[in-house]
Ligand binder design. Structure first.
Ligand code: TRP
Length: 348
């Protein structure tokens, strides 16, 4: 673990203590790109955590990042379908629109306007150094790198700062974006007067789940189990999952990534320790492991899938959730933009 990740882990632990003590003091902002169905990796990595924070009494904003989709592709395909899929996933896992605000980029003009002053606060060299952006450029399916690819972390700063979010639950890959957000907040405050908080990342404790092919779980690799998948599809995906030649099941993520990720998935679904789960399966081998995982996933996801199916029967309500969320996000964004105008001495 490098030093900055270590510091973020320690800071997250301290934040957790403060959140438990005084949840009303914090505002959480987090989001997803609408590029496909959310999967079990998202669920155990971040989604569950959002609901936990909401239920703790923290105010939560959930962004559907529909402009950020355009960083590594020319057109955002099937946007409406993906946005509605995310809304269904959020509602199914327990995001409560009475307490949490769900909104999308393109519906909140004042948020997007913050991009302009924010861009003036960072150098081109700083944008070029962002390791997550570099990695995305390396894996991009575009022949040319767009300006948005370099500047989207600044846009992400606007996502977080428009509502003065101070806690951002994310994975490690997002730490560089949090760093640029803190830099922008600090520079804005120094130059124009104190308007913005310097937000912290909140890293989740959940260990990393691999996909069914034992590589990184990803929407685009066809190796993930969607939240909305049914029991049969789940069984089929797990049956095809990569294991290894060792008959006896153990939990050993370093040398047995495929088998261990399946054990971990079962353990997360069962709220149990992966070493214990592996020991119990032991001689039952890969077939026994897959049986345990399938049962565990289907049992854990059954109520979520049932709720998702119910909401899918009422898309009018689902769309209304987003409309109301956007209305609230717009009010918050306009209030912040007014403060920014005041601080910068621009008029309206
Ligand atoms: N970059 C995030 C991702 O790829 C999505 C995102 C957009 C986000 N804006 C955000 C996350 C603001 C946290 C805060 O998953």
């Amino acid at each position: 673990m490098d030093r900055s990740v270590g510091a973020a882990v320690r800071r997250s632990a301290e934040l957790e203590r403060q959140l438990a003590r005084d949840p009303g003091r914090f505002r959480v902002l987090t989001g997803d790109r609408p590029t496909g169905a959310l999967h079990l990796g998202h669920y155990f990595g971040t989604l569950q955590n959002r609901v936990r924070l909401q239920d703790l009494g923290v105010e939560v904003f959930v962004l559907i990042a529909d402009y950020q989709v355009l960083t590594d592709r020319d057109v955002a395909e099937r946007l409406t379908e993906h946005v509605e899929g995310l809304l269904l996933d959020y509602l199914a896992i327990g995001v409560d629109p009475a307490r949490s605000t769900v909104f999308n980029h393109s519906a909140v003009p004042a948020l997007n306007q913050l991009l302009l002053p924010f861009l003036s606060l960072v150098s081109v060299a700083e944008l070029g150094r962002n390791p997550t952006v570099k990695d995305e450029i390396a894996h991009s399916r575009q022949s040319a790198v767009s300006g948005l690819m370099y500047t989207y972390p600044v846009h992400q700063a606007a996502d977080i700062l428009f509502c003065k979010g101070d806690v951002v639950p994310v994975g490690q890959d997002q730490l560089p974006h949090l760093e640029i957000t803190r830099t922008i907040a600090r520079r804005f405050n120094e130059r124009y007067g104190a308007v913005f908080p310097e937000p912290d990342a909140l890293l989740s404790a959940a260990p990393l789940l691999l996909g069914t092919d034992a590589t990184k779980m990803s929407k685009s690799r066809g190796n993930s189990i969607a939240l909305g998948a049914d029991a049969d599809e789940t069984a089929r995906l797990i049956r095809r999952a990569t294991t290894d030649a060792d008959r006896y099941i153990t939990y050993d993520p370093e040398s047995r990534p495929g088998v261990s990720s399946l054990v971990l998935l079962a353990a997360l679904c069962l709220d149990r320790d992966p070493y214990e789960v592996a020991e119990e399966i032991g001689a039952a081998g890969a077939a026994g492991l897959k049986r345990t995982v399938t049962e565990a996933v289907n049992a854990r996801m059954a109520p979520i899938r049932a709720r998702r199916a119910e909401y899918a029967q009422d898309m009018g309500y689902v769309r209304e959730v987003l409309r109301a969320g956007n209305e609230r996000a717009n009010a918050v964004a306009e209030a912040t933009l007014d403060e920014v105008r005041e601080a910068m001495g621009t008029t309206r």
